[in-house]
Design a binder for this molecule. Structure first.
Ligand code: IVH
Length: 684
């Protein structure tokens, strides 16, 4: 093929990929499946491999794979990054306005206030030169920061080049903004980190900071970082007259911002506002505080800026803060309460976790009674004791945490707290594993370990026995009906009916739910075993490598560390578990009652998630299909899809059989494609 043709194809692929990135990551309105996206990406990678000379600086394939750096390069900002003066109440915002008025006195300038959320993350400046993203510099001391471009490039929503058909690309276009991690992504990230046996992040801000500081961009790439732009740096070759116009331009260039984000999230109240008076700005500040808990990202205030740049220029700055802006900070989400007792909980892996049980107190509208104290080291560091008055806050708006002890209120008779080595669940003596802070119960029959392991085993991402709730598991263990995973499959209807408060209908549902779980994908089965450090991703990688249960059971250290996502610690943990006779025996028992599906190879090698061809796509099944509905559901779920009972805009496809009714009508109304069972089977 002629080089020019190839170049055209590359350009077309690049354009398509960045368009779909934008639809997915900024607007949250994907138009193609992950699988289709992966195919475009793979095609581009293949061409670039064959013609390395055509690999462009802004190719999306450059996002993922940079080599680790030795250090970040210190880089000066063209214009210093200032900080904001804080105000803490409507009155102080009015005082800010008075200062602005006084300064402008006699100059007769008309101006408005542009109001924005104050994001709680890390400030970074993106530098586009001739349209290409050339640097991404942290704030540092305001004058000099560090160039963390290799990490920033891994954020899929940030364009690697800016393009436009309508306007000339500015010679220099600097955009400042905040790198954040959304609340729900933060919780997921911490879960994964815990599964890897690493120390969790205290809040989304620390998680974002820690991720950006990684010298290995491959690690940064696994972190759910987002960028939200808030102001221009140096701009050459474009005229922008106000903060409002700045937002118009970045939206045009598809640079992520909370404007587009809130549109995609359908948040009702405007997250930005051009206020014609300071009263309107104060109303915005109070309204935003009310919205705070419901926003997907953390904010700690509102930023009120003079909108017009000409007026900003007149106002200038004092020391390191502009006179034209203020940060209206919200009250901290903190409260004081007393620790009534410290309870030790035993987790799935036997780890003892001390939890402070406190006099209930409201923080940011949510009543808090418990806060984890993590481990003995944390207790010692904060010197937390029973009876202490403590300041607590919700880290990341979500996890309650003890910030500090109010020492002035401490009782003279209080004593430092030490976690007992006696397991609170089974009474056996716990062990401290070398090199770890945690104490662990090593009794395999410990009821707490068993209950927690069973909860994990039945959870949605594992065996997905949704009718087997926590209370029922506790009852079954109490009644000695279940002592291992495989016992779940021995439960008889009669056993359940004997338990008080179990009606015929709920027993039928439970039995059905257990029955349905028997067809299980290898990766989910491996995940459900609850082997230390084996999270969902690792389980998938292991399944992909060994293909079937036999392969998995015969794996060895060497073949495990061969897997990209598996380090020596994880590999050792797997080998150690499989060397344990009773554990292996348990797997054999499960194997005899389950139908463990081999890793499907249909799409192997065609993208980053070859197995999950329906990943995150929602299907609705309606009418009578040629197979059992549960079979259809299993089919979709085994490929990463979800099955919902209601048709909405989010539905990807409706699978309809005979006598389909209102759901089919709804699909037609919303323009959602309807498939037969046979067509579903052909969907790739
Ligand atoms: S404007 C002079 N706008 O707050 C203008 N900053 O104290 C300074 N921040 O370093 C920045 N959200 O990290 C601005 N909407 C927003 C912001 C914001 C968060 C952070 C930023 C900056 C610090 C200033």
């Amino acid at each position: 093929m002629a080089k020019s043709k190839i170049k055209d194809e590359i350009d077309e692929l690049k354009g398509k990929i960045s368009h779909h990135n934008y639809l997915y990551h900024v607007l949250d309105k994907p138009e193609i499946t992950d699988y289709e996206y992966d195919q475009l990406f793979q095609r581009l990678q293949d061409i670039e491999k064959e013609y390395p000379e055509l690999l462009a600086e802004d190719s999306p394939t450059r996002r993922v794979g940079g080599e680790p750096l030795d250090n970040f390069v210190k880089t000066q900002h063209r214009e210093p990054m200032l900080s904001l003066q804080n105000t803490y109440s409507p009155d102080e915002i009015l005082e800010f306005h008075e200062r602005v008025q006084n300064y402008l006195k006699g100059q007769g300038e008309a101006y408005s206030y542009f109001c924005e959320p104050k994001f709680d993350g890390l400030a970074v400046e993106l530098v586009y030169e001739k349209g290409l993203l050339k640097a991404a510099i942290t704030r540092g001391d305001g004058v000099t920061g560090e160039d963390i471009l290799s990490n920033i490039k891994t954020i899929p929503s940030i364009p690697l080049s800016i393009q436009s058909r309508e306007i000339k690309i500015p010679e220099i276009f600097e955009v400042r903004g905040e790198v954040v991690i959304f609340k729900k992504d933060f919780l997921k990230l911490n879960e994964t980190i815990e599964q890897q046996g690493k120390v969790q992040f205290a809040n989304p801000r620390n998680a974002a900071a820690g991720s950006l500081r990684q010298l290995d961009p491959k690690i940064a790439a696994t972190r759910p970082l987002k960028f939200l732009a808030y102001s221009p740096g140096v701009i050459k070759g474009a005229k922008i007259k106000s903060q409002e116009e700045f937002f118009e331009m970045i939206r045009h260039f598809k640079i992520p911002n909370a404007f587009d984000l809130t549109l995609s999230l359908k948040i009702k109240n405007p997250i930005y506002k051009t206020a014609k008076s300071i009263d309107e700005a104060v109303t915005y500040y109070s309204d935003l505080e009310k919205m705070r808990a419901s926003l997907p990202f953390e904010i700690d205030g509102a930023v009120i800026k003079v909108n017009e740049f000409s007026v900003q220029d007149i106002l200038g700055k004092v020391a390191r803060s502009p006179r034209w802006a203020t940060a209206g900070k919200f009250k901290p989400q903190q409260a004081e309460t007393q620790i009534e007792k410290i309870e030790v909980q035993v987790g799935r892996t036997g780890v003892f976790t001390p939890v402070a049980i406190m006099t209930p107190v409201k923080v940011g509208g949510v009543t808090i009674t418990n806060a984890t104290l993590h481990n003995q080291d944390e207790i010692d560091r904060k010197d937390v004791r029973v009876g202490d008055f403590v300041i607590i806050h919700r880290a990341g708006d979500v996890i309650p945490e003890v910030v500090e002890v109010v020492l002035s209120k401490r009782s003279k008779s209080s004593k430092p707290y030490r976690i007992s080595y006696d397991c609170p669940s089974c009474g056996e003596i716990g062990e401290k594993i070398e090199g770890e802070v945690a104490i662990r119960c090593v009794n395999p029959m410990c009821p707490s370990v068993l209950i927690e392991s069973l909860k994990h085993f039945v959870s949605r991402k594992a065996m997905n026995i949704d009718k087997l709730g926590e209370r029922i598991i506790e009852r079954l263990v109490e009644e000695n009906l279940v002592k291992s995973f495989s016992d779940i499959y021995k439960i008889e209807k009669e056993d359940l009916l004997k338990l008080e408060r179990f009606g015929e209908k709920s027993v039928d549902n439970l039995v059905h739910s257990i029955e349905q779980s028997k067809n299980v994908h290898l990766s989910k089965f491996i995940y459900s075993l609850g082997i230390r450090f084996v999270g969902e991703q690792t389980a998938k990688a292991v399944a992909k490598k060994f293909k079937n249960i036999e392969g998995f059971l015969n794996c060895d250290l060497e073949s495990l560390v061969d897997i990209d996502d598996v380090g020596p610690k994880v590999a050792e943990s797997i080998v150690k578990s499989l060397d344990d006779k009773s554990f292996k025996n348990e797997i054999k028992k499960l194997e005899s009652v389950l139908n463990i599906l081999d890793y499907p190879e249909a799409h192997a090698g065609s993208g980053s998630k070859p197995n999950e061809i329906f990943e995150a796509l929602t299907f609705v099944i309606t009418g009578t299909l040629p197979v059992q509905r549960s079979e259809a559901q299993d089919y979709i779920e085994a490929r990463g899809g979800k099955v919902s009972s209601t048709v909405s805009k989010k539905t990807f496809r409706v699978v309809a059989g005979e006598n389909a009714g209102s759901k089919l009508d709804k699909a037609t109304e919303l323009g959602i494609e309807v498939l037969t069972w046979e067509e579903l089977l052909k969907l790739k």
